[in-house]
Design a protein around this ligand. Structure first.
Ligand code: GLU
Length: 473
């Protein structure tokens, strides 16, 4: 690629940064970084009624969380209004745009007429060639582009291939509304030109806009950028993605304990592939990303795949990083802040914990057992398996465990195995009562591991407290 690449992400801050937007941002980011170019951010906030500060902040936060950092100050589209109007005036003075005095009622009739005659409902050019001397006084006009309505407008789309439309399908679009505000179509073309965007990569729902924006570029004699339209994301049932499919704002994946590396990897594979690689980190993605490897058909959103990738990224994260990430979640679950001793125990247990968790929330949930204080709450389900023989077995085990010199996972396992052998009982019959006593639940990583990580004092304290409370069941 000869010129230096500049891409942009141009969200409208009217709601959450949803995953479709995040994927568009990711593709723009990767493409620009692959070519050592720039990735810019433009907040398309011209719809003042629907654009909010909160949504703008959610976009910044979401992109930062994903590590998709933009170069240069974000551009606020609304702040460029004067420039958009200046370009409209330029088009007027070059006779490439004109004033239109149609009322909304007139336009509606025009549209209905066109549709009933089999047309697409476009503007019929009523004011295109009307001399200024015939313009009505005291009426605010809109400004329309003198569209080239002969021939075709073609795009060599870097994903979709050659796409063209007959110029008869493109009517004289409004550039400036009669209230004096520039339209989205004008603003986007002017901003992309002024920001020196070389590649416009966006959802294929913008394809029809692209033909119109190209006409604006051509009327101004500007160089048309490359375009790449990414197929949309569909739900697992093949229908347009919605909340029903679990397609939410990026922040909700964060809240659910998804790691940003996992979400990036997932979004990357949603419509893009490189050989048969499934696990791809951001650095590899930058090295490998090319638009020609983006598929042409819509991809399907699959939450299980995301969770699967997340489990991978959790299990390959460093233990101390995971501890940092789960500490606030753990504090929240427990209703108090965990102390350093608990953190040490969780760190010791992390190798075991992290291979079992699909999300950070699950990881924090599993780590809770290291933070409990006696008396431990015993789950309803666990209580139902208690009877006199389990209590007796726990008594016996407790006394033998107390004699262990070296409180390590290996010694503990050996001790439990010898109890199993000597008493001719199953492993479960020995392990389950201990598990209930020290975790309050029927499920946990290997019991000797948990005992080792808890330490002798805490383990015995929990067992003794349990036996005091459930002496006879
Ligand atoms: N603001 C538009 C949107 O959020 C995107 C415009 C563009 O990428 O050109 O859908």
């Amino acid at each position: 690629m000869q010129e230096s690449v500049v891409t942009r992400f141009a969200p409208s801050p009217t709601g959450l940064l949803h995953i479709g937007g995040a994927r568009t941002a990711l593709f723009n980011y990767l493409f620009s970084k692959h070519y050592q170019g720039k990735f810019l951010l433009r907040i398309e906030n011209t719809d003042l009624k629907r654009s909010t500060k909160e949504a703008t902040n959610a976009i910044y936060e979401g992109l930062n969380w994903l590590g998709l950092t933009w170069d240069e100050e974000p551009v606020s589209q609304v702040s460029r209004r004067e420039r958009h109007l200046e370009v409209a005036q330029l088009l007027m003075s070059n006779d490439m745009a004109y004033k239109c005095f149609c009322t909304p009622e007139e336009l509606k009739i025009m549209r209905d007429k066109s549709i009933s005659a089999g047309g697409f409902g476009g503007y019929n050019g009523k004011w295109r060639n009307v001399d200024a001397s015939k313009h009505p006084p005291n009426m605010s006009p809109s400004i329309r582009l003198k569209t080239n309505n002969e021939g075709k407008t073609a795009i060599k789309d870097l994903i979709q291939g050659n796409v063209e439309v007959s110029n008869k399908e493109i009517d004289d679009m409004v550039l400036v509304r009669s209230d004096g505000t520039p339209t989205y179509m004008l603003a986007v073309a002017v901003d992309d030109h002024d920001m020196k965007i070389t590649h416009v990569i966006r959802g294929d729902d913008h394809l029809t806009n692209t033909f119109r924006q190209i006409q604006i570029y051509q009327a101004l004699g500007w160089k048309v950028p490359y375009f790449a339209h990414i197929p949309l994301i569909h739900g697992s049932d093949g229908k347009k993605l919605s909340k029903r499919h679990g397609a939410l704002g990026v922040h909700s994946y964060k809240e659910d304990g998804i790691l940003p590396q996992a979400l990036n990897n997932y979004l990357l594979r949603l419509g893009w592939s490189h050989k048969d690689h499934e696990i791809i980190n951001l650095k590899e993605a930058i090295d490998w990303f090319e638009l020609k490897n983006v598929g042409k058909s819509p991809s399907r959103f699959d939450i299980d795949k995301l969770n699967h990738l997340n489990a991978h990224y959790i299990s390959s994260s460093k233990n101390d990083e995971l501890l940092k990430l789960i500490t606030p979640i753990l504090n929240d679950f427990l209703g108090f802040n965990i102390q350093i001793e608990v953190k040490k125990k969780v760190l010791l247990a992390m190798d075991n914990l992290k291979v079992r968790a699909k999300t950070l929330n699950e990881l924090a949930e599993d780590a809770r057992i290291y933070a409990y204080n006696v008396p431990i709450t015993i789950e309803e389900k666990a209580l139902t398996v208690l009877d006199q023989s389990t209590i007796n077995m726990l008594n016996l085990t407790r006394n033998l465990l107390d004699q262990i010199a070296d409180w390590t996972s290996e010694e503990l396992e050996a001790a439990i195995t010898s109890i199993v052998n000597e008493n001719k009982v199953s492993f479960k019959e020995v392990a389950q009562p201990i598990r209930i006593a020290i975790t309050g639940s029927l499920k946990s990583p290997s019991i000797h591991e948990v005992l080792a990580n808890l330490g002798r004092d805490t383990s015995l304290e929990r067992i003794d407290d349990f036996l005091r409370r459930y002496k006879t069941s």
